[in-house]
Design a protein around this ligand. Sequence first.
Ligand code: PGA
Length: 249
Amino acid sequence: MALRKLVAGNWKMNGDRAALAELDAIAAAAVDHGGVDVAVCPPFTLIAPAADRAPGLPIGAQDCHQNAKGAHTGCISAAMLKEAGARLTIVGHSERRADQHETDAEVRAKAEAAIGAGLTAIVCVGETEAQRDAGQALAIVEGQLDGSVPPAGTGDTLVIAYEPVWAIGTGRTPSVADVAEMHAAIRAKLAALLGEEGAKVRILYGGSVKPDNAVELLGVADVDGALVGGASLTAAQFVPIIAAAASLG
Ligand code: PGA
């Protein structure tokens, strides 16, 4: 089943109010290419101004806390994100799994909190280079899915992003065959975890997606879109990726 593609930008800890000017052309491209979904996830402080500036463009966060409120200094709840204008949030990005020591169980709880607050959750998984070299890539990703996919996730509320850690920000990407093998394995695991709904959950590829490799990566079976870091920071780089997704239907 071909799912509607989603191209989501992850600005990470980049961008300021001046950078929101990039959203004008990104939002226009999203309208031009109405056959694909587009979203941008800026830093927390830019969510509200981004949503104001580009009301038609889904704006997301890059993390949320698993609890609704309480004594969690420096954290932010899913409902707060929703109130600020977010429609989705990334959870379990490998940078957070590494830097903030987030576990699969925490990632699942964050995804459940996001969905409970009315946000779509993009749950990230992916192996390190050492794990791939040891032949463990499939087992690692399947284990992350077992631990971090919310059982109530649906095609409307849940997205998976497969991001090999060694491909993030490096300019390196897996072979088409390796992407195909991994996305097929993720699809099978989603069916096992979610039943029929597992066929409707989009599986994004992420890690050094650029205008010049987007058609190749997005054309792989069961690649239902892309999670884009560096190349989402400017419309000049991000719009061609949106167009590539649209060209594949
Ligand atoms: P990149 O980042 O496109 O800069 O490799 C992707 C990501 O971490 O989501």
